[in-house]
Every structure is written in C-alpha cells, then in structure tokens.
Design a binder for this molecule. Structure first.
Ligand code: NAX
Length: 332
C-alpha cells in the first residue's frame, strides 16, 4: 500500500544522508516543520552520516530537539546504512563526496558510485514498500541510476534525482526578466542532466493559457538564460562563498511534497528513470516534464520537439550515457 500518499497519523520514516552538511542544515528543519508531509503527519527522522561526522550530527539532533517541533516524533543519528534505511518511507540522499583537487568527473563518479551502491543495497534490503528516494548528492542523476541498479527489488521509478532547483532557478530568472510572478508560468521543464549540459526549455511555456515563448528574446534565451541557469551553482559560490544550500533544500522539499501529493496537472521537472521516452535510453535518470498525480509521477507524453530542442536533449543523452558506462563498471 502507498502509505505516503494515504492520509494517516502514523509517523512517516524519513532518512536524510549527509545530515551534518550544509543542505541538511536547512532541509531537516523544513521536514520537521511539516513542509513536506503536511501539518498532520508526525515524522521519525534518521540522520545518516559517515563515522567521522556522527558527533557533529548529534549536535544537529540536539538543535532539532531544541526546536520543539510538534510533528517531530523521534530522531536517530547513525552511520549504519542498515539502521538508516530499515522501514524508510522517504529518503533524501544528500551526502556525497565532493570532487577533490585534481580529480576528474569520472574519479568523483567512482568514489560516489560506491556510496550509492551501498545505499541502494540497504534500501533494497530494508525499505518500506512505498519508499521514495530523492538523490541530491552529485552527480545526482547518475548516483540515482546507480542506487536504483543496486536495488533491483524496488521499482526503478522510486528513484529520482533533484532537478527541481534548476527548474526553480529558471522560473525565477524568467520572472525577473518578464515581470511576471513565478506562479503564473506553466509548461517549464529542464531536460537532461543536473550539469552544465542541462536544457532549460521555454518552448512550451504559457501564461494564462497563452504561449509566450515567441515573446521572449531568442538571443537572451539561448545566450544568456540557458547558460546562466546551467551555471547558477557556480555563480552562487562566487557571490556567497559557499555552494547553494537553502535553495537546494527548498527544491528538495518541493520535489518530495509534489511526489507525495501530486501537482494538480502542473508541470514540474523530475529527473527519473527513462522508459525510453523522447529517445532517452531506458534506465538513464533524466530530467523530464512531469505531472504528479495521486502520488505517482508521470512524464508528459506526446510533445513535439523542434530541431533545437532535439539537439540539446541529445547532448544530455550522450553525457548521461557516458556517465552510466563508468557507473556500470562498478557493478562488474
Ligand atoms: P556538505 O559537504 O556540506 O555535506 C555533505 C555531507 O555528506 C558531509 O557532512 C559528509 O560527511 C556527508 N557524507 C559523505 N558521504 C556520506 C555517506 N556515504 N553517507 C552519509 N553521509 C555522507 O555538502 P552540501 O552542501 O550539503 O551538498 C551535498 C551534495 O548536494 C553535494 O554532492 C552537492 O554537490 C549536491 N548538490 C546538489 C544539487 C542538486 O540540485 N542536485 C544542488 C546543491 C548541491 O550542489
């Protein structure tokens, strides 16, 4: 039974990895306050960290306790994956190893691949039947691909990667450019990989039911908007001195909340395993236009793509295919 999508007062078991990190420091408070599972649903939180960071995580747990959240039923701190994923309904896999000095993306992928294989296996062993896994740690799409592959008994669609931040960044930039509130836009999607190749696509964008893509300056769209959305993470680091944290947590909240409750037909960007839609290889975790209904995400079908869209989508397929080939070697 899909307990998460069914109204209940039984606590939902939520696990957050990387619990001593920057994103978790915002995310945990949003989960505990009811922003994800609603104002009626108690939450049991498990904070997963590496052994060296368990002591710091105890401090995070102390602060959660000091916040006296009415919905926070229990908090467990652990470095044991088995404990962390036993009976879990919703997992936010935030913890990852950042790219070290002189390391290539492939090196980073290999180091992280091992983490996500272990976590995927623990989820396969112990998670609740309705588990939803949102991978935030980078490279998010391929980490989700790996975790899913390591969890053959869990339906692949239960593994998503976070591209809602890219989606939200797109909406906010469009809003600033056009002077239209973000809530008025419909039909936004960021296709592909959470990386520089990602394709924030405005071709299907409407306001009040009317297409507005033709009113948007093409040069601004192609040469400013697309690269700026794709490189917004670096821009934040440059200005703030630290990588995006609260906005990433907020996007993770948006993603999981919509996954549980649905979107009422509104498009959101969800990186999820392809079943071959839009020419994307089966299994690749790809950002698609998605509507979530009754707790199930579904890819918007039957969109006509022009040459420009096709090219950008194909570039993302090629990039993710390469990452998947590196990841596949970890299983042999
Ligand atoms: P931090 O370095 O602040 O925290 C990461 C935490 O993860 C550390 O405390 C570390 O000990 C822990 N960790 C590492 N391996 C672990 C394991 N095997 N099990 C449990 N915990 C483990 O990073 P933070 O700023 O919180 O970012 C976390 C991840 O999110 C990074 O990989 C980052 O690149 C990624 N991001 C993804 C985004 C997205 O939109 N998908 C946007 C924001 C962010 O860049």
């Amino acid at each position: 039974m899909d307990n998460l999508a069914t109204p209940s007062t039984a606590p939902v078991k939520v696990t957050v990895s990387g619990a001593a990190g920057n994103i978790a420091y915002s995310l945990l408070w949003r989960i505990a306050s009811g922003d994800v599972f609603g104002p009626e649903r108690p939450v049991d939180l498990t904070l997963l960290e590496i052994p060296d960071h368990v002591a710091a995580t105890e401090g995070v747990a102390m602060e959660l306790a000091d916040s006296a959240f009415p919905l926070l039923n229990n908090v467990v701190v652990t470095a044991d994956q088995k404990v962390a994923f036993d009976g879990v309904n919703a997992a936010f896999l935030v913890g990852a190893k950042p790219r070290g000095k002189g390391e290539s993306r492939a090196d980073m992928l290999q180091a992280n691949g091992r983490i996500f294989i272990e976590q995927g296996r623990a989820i396969n062993e112990g998670a609740a039947e309705d588990v939803r896994v949102l991978v935030v740690g980078n490279p998010a799409n391929t980490n989700a691909y790996i975790a899913s592959k390591a969890a053959p008994d869990v339906p692949a669609e239960r593994f998503n990667a976070l591209m809602r931040l890219d989606h939200n960044r797109s909406l906010s930039m469009l809003s600033a450019k056009l002077g239209i509130p973000t809530t008025q836009f419909e039909g936004m999607v960021v296709w592909g990989n959470h990386s520089d190749t990602q394709f924030p696509d405005i071709e299907f964008l409407t306001v009040g039911g009317k297409s507005i893509s033709e009113q948007i300056d093409r040069d601004w769209y192609v040469n400013e908007f697309i690269p700026r959305v794709a490189k917004r993470g670096s821009e934040i680091i440059e200005v703030r001195g630290h990588s995006s944290a609260a906005s990433a947590a907020s996007a993770a909240v948006d993603h999981m909340r919509d996954w549980v409750n649905g979107t009422n037909g509104r498009w959101v960007t969800v990186a999820q395993p392809s079943k071959g839609e839009y020419g994307v290889d089966e299994g690749l975790v790809f950002g698609f236009p998605t509507t979530g209904l009754s707790g199930r995400a579904s890819i918007v079908p039957g969109l006509d793509l022009n040459e420009f869209q096709r090219e950008r989508i194909d570039a993302n397929i090629a990039a993710l295919r390469e990452e998947a080939a590196v990841a596949d070697q970890l299983f042999s």
